[in-house]
Every structure is written in C-alpha cells, then in structure tokens.
Design a protein around this ligand. Structure first.
Ligand SMILES: *[C@@H]1O[C@H](CO)[C@@H](O)[C@H](O)[C@H]1NC(C)=O
Ligand SMILES: *[C@@H]1O[C@H](CO)[C@@H](O)[C@H](O)[C@H]1NC(C)=O
Ligand SMILES: *[C@@H]1O[C@H](CO)[C@@H](O)[C@H](O)[C@H]1NC(C)=O
Length: 179
C-alpha cells in the first residue's frame, strides 16, 4: 500500500473529508483479499457519516496546528511492512486500542468539543472489532505496533499530539483496511 499523503494546507481538508469516501472505495478494491476472520470487518456506513467525519478531521486539524514535528509519520507504509493485506484490519485494531487507551484518554480534556465525540465514535468501532483475530502468530504485527508505540513514547507529549494530528489518517486507514 502506498503511504498515505496528508494535505499540507487546510482549505483542502473540507474537500478531503468528502473525497475520502471516494478514496476508501478505491482502496477497498485494491485490497480485495478476504479477511482471515469475518470479525475483522466494519460496516462501510461507519465511514459515511458526514458529521463524525467532520469532527474527526477537525480534531486532526487542531492537533496538527500544535504539532511541529514534521519529520515523523506514524500511520503510513512502514506500519504495514511485512504484514499481509488480510491482516491489516487486525493491525489497525491494535493501533486503535493504543490510541484510545494511551493517547486520547490522557489527553481527553483537550481539543473539545471534538475530542469527546471522536472518542465515543472510536470506542464504538473498537468494540465492534473486539472479536477480530488472526490465525497463527501475530509477532510480526505486534512488532510494527510496538515501533509506533515506542516512537510516540519517545516523543512524550508531542508524540501524543502527533497521534491526534493523524486522527484523519487513523480514520481513513480503518476504513481502508476493515471495510
Ligand atoms: C466541518 O464543518 C464545519 C462547520 O460546518 C466547517 O466549517 C469545516 O470546514 C468542516 N471541516 C472539515 C474538515 O470538513
Ligand atoms: C484494548 O485491548 C485490551 C486487551 O485486549 C482490552 O481489554 C481493552 O478493552 C481494549 N480497549 C479498548 C478501548 O478497546
Ligand atoms: C514546538 O516547538 C517548540 C520550540 O521548539 C517547543 O517548545 C514546543 O514544545 C513544541 N510543541 C510541541 C507540541 O511539540
């Protein structure tokens, strides 16, 4: 999968929010392999709600303004390295779990009102993926997720801000890999 590109200027974001539905459609066709388990799946409609899509992108936009580390990209090609397409949703489930528990909850007083709505939306998605498993060993997946966690921990609070600034990418990647 090609690394996701993030728009560099804000006027593009509105168009992107609408356009991402289109992109999700295209990416889904690309990764046409069936998921290993039927539980690694989210309904397309989760990603077609204009209101929560807007809230997610607004949250990302606000956090991006506070993120001055442009060298690091957390959600991108490297995260998926060595991981089969049908395991991507399971990988994103791990990233989502980390994001909720170790980033959004500690930062939950910030970026209101977006934060609260996005957290409750993502918590629902996370519980819908609770039975998502892969067959066999998941060491290779845990290794990539651990690298992301280590990067965030190393950056400290600015790492957490970066994760929030990539909330649009998290949203699109979940749609891309789990629909
Ligand atoms: C979200 O909605 C608000 C209000 O309708 C609008 O001003 C803003 O540009 C939208 N943001 C995105 C990223 O779509
Ligand atoms: C994260 O994963 C742990 C362990 O599987 C689970 O107990 C917890 O409920 C998950 N958290 C969320 C927010 O899904
Ligand atoms: C942005 O950079 C300034 C100056 O280097 C630093 O003091 C500040 O903590 C940084 N902000 C974040 C969110 O990392």
């Amino acid at each position: 999968m090609a690394p996701l590109q993030k728009p560099g200027s804000f006027p593009l974001l509105g168009a992107l929010a609408t356009g991402c539905l289109l992109l999700i459609g295209l990416w889904t066709q690309e990764g046409s392999a069936l998921p290993i388990t039927s539980h690694c799946k989210l309904d397309r409609s989760n990603f077609q709600q204009p209101y929560i899509t807007n809230r997610t992108f607004m949250l990302a936009q606000e956090a991006s303004l506070a993120d001055n580390n442009t060298d690091v990209r957390l959600i991108g090609g490297k995260l998926f390295e060595g991981v089969k397409t049908e395991e991507h949703c399971y990988l994103m489930k791990q990233v989502l779990n980390f994001t909720l528990e170790e980033v959004l909850l500690p930062q939950s007083d910030r970026f209101q009102p977006y934060m609260q709505e996005v957290v409750s939306f993502l918590t629902k998605l996370s519980s819908k993926l609770s039975l998502c498993r892969i067959e066999g060993d998941d060491q290779h997946i845990q290794k990539n997720v651990q690298e992301l966690k280590d990067t965030v921990k190393k950056l400290g609070e600015s790492g957490e801000i970066k994760v929030i600034g990539e909330m649009d990418l998290l949203f699109m990647s979940l749609g891309n890999t789990c629909i």
